[in-house]
Ligand binder design. Sequence first.
Ligand SMILES: Cc1cc2nc3c(=O)[nH]c(=O)nc-3n(C[C@H](O)[C@H](O)[C@H](O)COP(=O)(O)O)c2cc1C
Length: 174
Amino acid sequence: MYLVISTSLREASLSRVLARKAVEELERLTDEVVFVDLKETSLPFCNAEDCYGHEAVLPIRDLIVRAKGILIAAPIYNYDVNAAAKNLIELTGQAWRDKVVGFLCAAGGHNSYMGVMGLANSLMLDFRCLVIPRFVYATNHAFEYGEETILADEKIQERIRELTFKLVKIGDVM
Ligand SMILES: Cc1cc2nc3c(=O)[nH]c(=O)nc-3n(C[C@H](O)[C@H](O)[C@H](O)COP(=O)(O)O)c2cc1C
């Protein structure tokens, strides 16, 4: 099973649009795709005590353990992924061991394009994840706004296709 996790807590999130596009592309490649939207969950903050057994943590932890590959769609906040994304990793820690992981980011500008590196390094060094070196990074110019916001930029669409293709190619043999 391949898992796409959207970590933005914003109603009008653009990284969620990227996540949904990634789900669409993954569904062309495999029947087993699960989408999790952190906006629809009520995860506690990691307190390194009783949080690990929280009823909202256990199902998402189980999905991460079962996933052959995981895409994290995140907003860039303060030159990093948002706190909700990091909190998820803190809550689920070892569930990430040896996973193949890719990133899709929405940001306000181009300067934070290395914003995922802190989290990527932690996943690689703490949990031996294989991070796909093909990040999807989009600013608000990549989208068309209407009743429904859509991803309009063809280069970003192509990057999502490449990322999903690599995720499944690597995930299927790991
Ligand atoms: C608290 C906060 C911090 C932000 N920091 C950055 C930043 O460091 N670099 C950047 O390019 N954009 C930054 N942004 C802009 C967001 O990345 C942008 O609005 C993006 O669309 C958020 O993702 P979302 O639409 O999925 O929620 C910041 C936005 C907020 C609210």
